[in-house]
Design a protein around this ligand. Structure first.
Ligand SMILES: *[C@@H]1O[C@H](CO)[C@@H](O)[C@H](O)[C@H]1NC(C)=O
Ligand SMILES: *[C@@H]1O[C@H](CO)[C@@H](O)[C@H](O)[C@H]1NC(C)=O
Ligand SMILES: *[C@@H]1O[C@H](CO)[C@@H](O)[C@H](O)[C@H]1NC(C)=O
Ligand SMILES: *[C@@H]1O[C@H](CO)[C@@H](O)[C@H](O)[C@H]1NC(C)=O
Ligand SMILES: *[C@@H]1O[C@H](CO)[C@@H](O)[C@H](O)[C@H]1NC(C)=O
Length: 416
């Protein structure tokens, strides 16, 4: 079915009946989804968007997301000895990677990003629940935060085994009554891997009109929800809305009537659906802070995961030239635009509750750190000898995402 063929009737229907389903969090109609032409027509400059956000806050004179990596002789606030929870696949020191990549810190132009203070974090987060929601990089950020915080208090794993894999974990810091979770979801929205003759095919059906319950079910408990999405759109994906096939990403199988979708269109669609879902969440805490973390791409050179790609750089890149080019810049732009759209919607009468949104615009900074991946030193076991140029060593550059998170939490901007 053609995309416009069902979008148009839905628009007409919706405009005549808006009041009927404004409170539906899983609105099956397509009004809020982008048309594919949005891609070309939206010409706003992502860096100016991010700067506008920073400027508009009176309490913040400096854009934390623009700066450079400078040497930090003290290294990280933790090591693979002082943090007991580093997964083997992130413990780059143990596997022989030269430790130079640890001795750098992010220096925003015009101000300093304070060194991570676990006591401060835990005092702000006292009595609260925080979840990283997304893919393996969400888990990677959780692992980093776990290490950073464990320098102040030893966490306890309190998994209830509802989801029995490594993909969802819950940790508790008893003296601060703080709960830290990760909830795995490839696409934020509901998805299923397509099985071919009983074998996983690495292609997916994704449904824009429902959220993955692994995180949606826990959302009403949360004070902080840190979302990300993007890296899984490298797979072939069939995108459905209200049961209709909208189109397919990376379809090369010649099926006649499937509309071909770009990755950024698919990313835009799921982000719009997910951010709308959180802004309309009826049972969520009124102080819920929703944080969108921008794209972190891999740094494979001369190949990819399974084609001999590697990442053996030993220093951060200095300039920011080129790091926001291509798909990286495109994905980030889509994320900033959908973030701005969600934040702009807050306060509209249509939304039952106000919702606070913040951005962790890590893309520019992290793309300068090709030196901080496990690379060839790890993963001989689970990656069967391939390099990992996507995830981040611990300690390592990804710790800076939590410096930025703490800076964001410190603000606790009032809604009124
Ligand atoms: C920690 O990393 C160092 C290298 O910095 C390595 O020599 C050591 O074996 C690692 N220790 C553990 C417990 O992983
Ligand atoms: C599935 O298995 C059947 C029987 O072995 C075979 O004929 C068919 O080609 C397989 N389909 C695919 C898509 O591999
Ligand atoms: C493609 O669409 C046309 C017109 O709607 C229809 O007649 C045809 O059967 C469809 N082909 C496939 C393979 O679905
Ligand atoms: C990275 O690996 C490539 C291919 O093995 C090699 O040619 C290059 O010299 C290496 N660079 C560094 C900095 O080790
Ligand atoms: C933010 O501040 C309000 C009071 O202004 C407080 O009730 C709330 O718990 C704080 N939220 C977080 C997440 O720190």
């Amino acid at each position: 079915m053609e995309w416009n063929a069902f979008l148009l009737p839905a628009l007409v229907l919706l405009s005549t009946a808006t009041l009927l389903f404004i409170s539906q969090s899983s609105n099956p109609f397509s009004i809020a989804q982008p048309k594919q032409e949005d891609e070309a027509s939206s010409s706003s400059n992502p860096s100016s968007i991010s700067r506008t956000f920073a400027r508009s806050r009176e309490d913040e004179a400096c854009d934390l997301f623009v700066g450079k990596w400078v040497e930090e002789p003290r290294g990280s606030t933790y090591t693979n000895v002082s943090c007991a929870t580093i997964p083997d696949t992130r413990n780059c020191g143990k596997h022989g990677k030269e430790q130079g990549y640890v001795y750098w810190k992010w220096k925003p132009d015009g101000c300093d990003l304070p060194r991570f203070d676990p006591e401060l974090f835990l005092s702000i987060a006292r009595g609260k629940k925080l979840a990283f929601i997304g893919d393996s990089l969400a888990r990677n950020q959780m692992e980093s935060l776990l290490c950073l915080l464990s320098q102040a208090e030893t966490p306890t794993n309190i998994d209830d085994n509802k989801y029995t894999s490594d993909k969802s974990r819950t940790w508790y810091f008893p003296s601060h009554d703080f709960t830290l979770m990760v909830r795995w979801t490839e696409f934020l929205v509901q998805s299923e891997e397509i099985m071919v003759n009983g074998t996983a095919s690495n292609s997916f059906n994704i449904a824009l009109d429902s959220m993955n319950p692994r995180w949606a079910d826990v959302l009403p408990e949360l004070d902080y929800a840190i979302l990300n999405c993007g890296n899984w759109f490298s797979r072939k994906s069939y995108v459905y809305d209200a049961g209709n096939l909208v189109g397919c990403v990376h379809c090369r199988d010649g099926r006649d009537n499937i509309t071909s979708l770009t990755t950024s269109f698919a990313l835009r669609s799921v982000l719009r659906a997910a951010l709308r879902y959180v802004s309309q969440c009826e049972h969520c805490d009124e102080n819920l802070l929703v944080v969108l973390r921008t794209y972190s791409a891999s740094h494979f050179e001369h190949g990819q995961w399974f084609t001999g790609g590697y990442c053996n750089r030993t220093e951060p890149s200095s300039g920011s030239e080129g790091v926001l080019g291509g798909e990286v810049g495109e994905f980030r732009k889509v994320q900033l635009e959908e973030f701005e759209r969600a934040r702009g919607r807050v306060g509209r009468k249509k939304e039952k509750k106000k919702r606070r949104f913040e951005l962790l615009d890590v893309t520019r900074a992290i793309m300068l750190r090709a030196d901080g991946h496990p690379g060839e030193f790890l993963d001989r076991r689970w990656m069967k000898g391939f390099s990992d140029c996507l995830h981040w060593c611990l300690p390592g550059p990804i710790d800076m995402w939590n410096d930025l998170l703490l800076a964001t939490m410190k603000k606790n901007v009032s809604l009124d």
